[in-house]
Ligand binder design. Structure first.
Ligand code: FES
Length: 260
């Protein structure tokens, strides 16, 4: 009987998808393309950046340093490392080795501690930049609002890729992380100013306006420089769809301000 049953079992058709005898946990894994930084994080001596180039703060900056240091207890004066590096960069044009060493000396810090700060924050340029430093944000909110078009506009108009300076020394182009203006994405920072709500076309117009302001001086130049802020016509970061709430009279008896 047993041998007959096994003969029948053998004759049955095999299932199309045999059941696995054991279960292996499988997790999907996805990656994006590795994007390398356009900055070198180790120092290489260059003619314009080496320890033999002297650097001392100007008398005006010395006054500011006294004011900044007065904000901290003397034993914590190293807390002033960031504002002092910023002053050094503004005076020298970039955060050179000599600037960092001078800041370390002024704050009684080991130079390595200052190098660590300067290499962590992208606001410190450790090599010379052009007259206009164009920093394009490509973090998620800007990316979702088409920062690719802004990047392309800069690249097409200036003919340089991120990390490079134009031949005339006017523009340096950098790709950066969130600059904190996500409500007006996509945007670029040019020197100390934010230009927001950009498109491919308005980015090119912006760069053209900066180029056009070059020949001019004084008040003429100031008039030609593009005004920072949104380039879409909206005011600050107000809702681009217009006012959608608080459109009627406040309800209730209480009114606190008659001017509202
Ligand atoms: S993501 Fe671009 S400013 Fe925040």
């Amino acid at each position: 009987m047993a041998s007959r049953l096994s003969r029948i079992r053998l004759a049955l058709p095999r299932p199309a998808h045999p059941r696995p005898t054991h279960t292996t946990p499988i997790r999907t894994f996805s990656t994006t393309t590795t994007l390398r930084s356009d900055a070198l994080f180790v120092h290489r001596d260059t003619p314009e950046n080496n320890t033999s180039i002297p650097f001392t703060f100007s008398p005006q900056n010395e006054t500011l340093i006294t004011e900044i240091l007065a904000r901290y207890p003397p034993q914590y004066k190293k807390a002033a490392v960031m504002p002092l590096l910023d002053l050094g960069q503004r005076q020298h044009g970039f955060t050179s080795l000599s600037v960092m060493n001078e800041v370390a000396k002024r704050l009684d810090m080991p130079p390595m501690r200052v190098y660590e700060v300067a290499t962590f924050y992208t606001m410190y340029n450790r090599s010379p930049v052009g007259k206009y430093h164009v920093q394009c944000c490509t973090t998620t909110p800007c990316m979702l609002r088409d920062s690719d078009a802004v990047m392309k506009g800069i690249q097409d108009h200036l003919g340089v890729t991120p990390g490079h300076t134009t031949k005339d020394g006017l523009f340096t182009f950098s790709e950066v992380e969130c600059l904190g203006a996500c409500a007006n994405a996509p945007m670029v920072q040019i020197n100390d100013d934010f230009y927001e709500d950009l498109t491919y076309e308005t980015t090119i117009d912006l760069l053209k306006a900066l180029q056009a302001a070059e020949g001019a001086t004084g008040a003429q130049r100031a008039a030609k420089l593009p005004k920072p802020g949104p380039k879409s016509g909206r005011e600050s970061c107000e809702n681009s769809a217009g006012l959608t709430n608080l459109t009627g009279e406040p309800w209730g008896k209480e009114k606190f301000r008659t001017d509202l």
